[in-house]
Design a protein around this ligand. Sequence first.
Ligand SMILES: [Zn+2]
Length: 95
Amino acid sequence: MKIPKRFNVFGKKITVKVGNLGANYDGMFYTLKDLIVIDKSVAKERLDHVIIHEFLHSVIARCSLEAVVSYPAEEVLVDMITKALLENFKIDNIK
Ligand SMILES: [Zn+2]
């Protein structure tokens, strides 16, 4: 998938940038900045996973689910939904 410039999450614009997050992170969603950063070193075959994973973090934040879902649970939730989506859908057409 091509890295989108932005997502629309229930009317809120989420900007997507490529940056340098260091060795520990492939992607990051910054709630207060409405910003997703994808690390420039992410391998092409992992890119879909990372983009969808961070997108789902933004959906959770937009729904204020951070208040009721712990961070470790959110990580598992977001990762499993990403895997299930990629197992079953071809997601390559960014709007
Ligand atoms: Zn995550």
